[in-house]
Design a protein around this ligand. Structure first.
Ligand code: NAD
Ligand code: UGA
Length: 477
């Protein structure tokens, strides 16, 4: 038991998962030194910035934890070598995006960052080290990690230098962005997979500082890896399901919110994750389903692969149909028309834009010649420029080729606009004063509410034509 006493933790990867997760560990494991290490110097500088407005990611309540524990028992560094060497437990929280080229391109996860981390651990670890997969990984990745570590262990032990031994566990993370701290503080469950039961209990003991034991599930390592992919696939499938129904609602005068409420009251279905929208975004749903599809194909399960692939096809179709609907509604073209875009992040309460449906929808409108004035409370101008592949213009010019403007308020975006397009459900978009806004706009003025958050009657009273996802209110057509 003693050989698994944890006094130092290292987390490799200071991203959306590594940073918040280790901040919560720091709060509940005060006698453990936690070091989050990353190869990205500027990211580490941001984590260490005394002004928490510059933290690399925005998450409600994250700044408080960082201020409380940074440089007490929580450290951010690029010194990966030392943080690995002193750790008895190492979390792998590196990125695992979809592979862009080579075998499996477009579907398989790119594991080069995981492999590189495993090799770093093999090089620098000393004594017994528990290596915990926190990243989302294809089933059987632990085999690759073990191969790298165990071969190193043999070599090192032959040279009798560092006395290396390893246990590998899977402990996938289920946090959602925007509510990461709350999710980490009050998880529905903690999943730990592995075969070394002492190592599993060493990790459970840390969680038990704040998570009741009955919420800590122990499984074999493959079930744990597969459960993470399956959870994301099921969640994404619900969104594609409700989005498919949103289209039927619009065609039949049903209201998708009423349908969602009616079906969600059935305990077997449940009410969460039934909000129709512009399609799911974020860094994980698409990549994890693609990964699942790749695995199915690898194991010759063609029908299963096709089944899950359809969740993504529907998601792409939803984004596509929204941009087409906007162009068609605005009399067949948006060329030279100013459109106020409210929200750019893939969901509220985060500055993350990875795979945001806003990117595809904005690109389609730019392609058609729209002038987009974009406002998001947390996403920076440079991020929007990077995602859309064009620079923001400073002056408002008459133009028929797609242009973007970065605005700092809802009111500014609306000036001379033909339409308001709501793409993210930020709180501040729920109760807009439509009377004031319409005064700044061209007529006829339109609202396209892809998140179903506004009170359509109020907007209509102010003189707007309103389209809302899954809601038959397009009587102007
Ligand atoms: P991220 O891109 O924000 O962060 C990953 C970090 O790892 C980067 O800062 C990168 O520089 C660093 N890194 C890569 N290789 C490294 C190396 N060899 N040594 C040190 N640092 C290295 O990614 P993320 O969003 O935090 O996701 C990480 C993993 O967690 C992914 O597998 C993802 O699927 C999974 N996940 C993400 C979320 C989420 O909400 N973002 C939730 C659950 C699970
Ligand atoms: C998702 C899962 O919810 C987490 O459990 C998981 O840990 C994480 O992926 C991951 O593995 O990365 P996240 O992507 O942060 O979390 O955010 P979600 O709340 O799941 O939203 C994903 C997308 O679906 C967003 O674009 C959101 O707007 C959309 N969504 C969500 C809907 O359109 N409707 C809904 O009812 C819910």
């Amino acid at each position: 038991m003693n050989k698994y006493k944890i006094k130092n933790i290292c987390c490799i990867g200071a991203g959306y998962v590594g940073g918040p997760t280790m901040a919560v560990f720091a709060e509940h494991c005060k006698d453990i030194k936690i070091t989050v290490s990353d190869i990205n110097q500027s990211r580490i500088n941001d984590w260490n910035n005394p002004d928490t407005n510059y933290l690399p990611i925005y998450e409600p309540d994250l700044d408080n934890l960082i201020l409380k524990y940074r440089n007490k028992n929580l450290f951010f560094t690029t010194n990966i070598k030392d943080s690995i060497a002193e750790a008895e437990m190492i979390f792998l929280s590196v990125n695992t995006p979809t592979k862009e080229k080579g075998v499996g391109a477009g579907k398989a996860s790119d594991l080069k960052w995981v492999e590189a981390s495993a090799r770093q651990i093999a090089e620098y670890a000393v004594g017994h080290t528990i290596v915990v997969e926190k990243s989302t990984l294809p089933v059987r990745t632990a085999k690759t990690i073990e191969k790298i570590l165990f071969d190193s262990q043999k070599k090192e032990n032959n040279n009798n230098k560092k006395n290396q031994t390893f246990s590998v566990l899977s402990n996938p993370e289920f946090l959602s962005e925007g509510s990461a701290i709350n999710d980490l503080q009050n998880p529905d469950r903690v999943l730990i997979g592995g075969s070394d039961h002492i190592a599993i209990e060493a990790l459970s003991d840390l969680y038990k500082n704040w998570v009741p034991n009955e919420k800590i599930i122990r499984t074999n390592i493959w079930s744990s890896e597969l459960s993470k992919l399956t959870a994301n696939a099921f969640l994404a499938q619900r969104i594609s399901s409700i989005n498919s129904i949103s289209a039927i609602c619009e065609a039949t005068e049903a209201d998708v919110r009423q349908v969602a409420n009616a079906i969600g009251l059935d305990k077997r279905i449940g009410k969460e994750f039934l909000s129709a929208g512009p399609g799911f975004g974020g860094s994980c749903f698409q990549k994890d389903i693609l990964n699942l599809v790749y695995l199915c194909e690898f194991y010759n399960l063609k029908e299963v692969a096709e089944y899950w692939e359809q969740v993504i096809s529907l998601n792409n179709w939803q984004k596509d149909r929204i941009s087409k609907l906007i162009v068609n509604t605005l009399f067949g073209t948006v060329s030279g028309k100013r459109i106020a875009v409210l929200g750019f992040s893939f969901k509220a309460n985060t500055n993350d834009t990875r795979n945001s449906p806003s990117i595809k929808i904005c690109k389609d409108l730019i392609e058609d010649g729209a002038l987009l004035s974009i406002y998001d409370p947390k996403v920076s101008q440079s991020q929007i420029e990077k995602d859309l592949g064009i620079k923001c213009s400073d002056q408002f010019l008459e133009s028929n080729s797609g242009t973007i403007y970065y605005e700092r308020s809802i009111e500014k975006t609306a000036e001379d606009a033909h339409a308001i397009l709501i793409l993210t459900e930020w709180k501040e978009f729920f109760n807009i004063n439509w009377d004031l806004l319409i005064e700044k706009m061209k007529r006829p003025a339109w609202i396209f509410d892809t998140r179903s958050i506004i009170k359509t009657n109020d907007a209509k009273k102010s003189g707007f034509n309103v389209w809302q996802i899954g809601n038959y209110c397009n009587s102007y057509l």
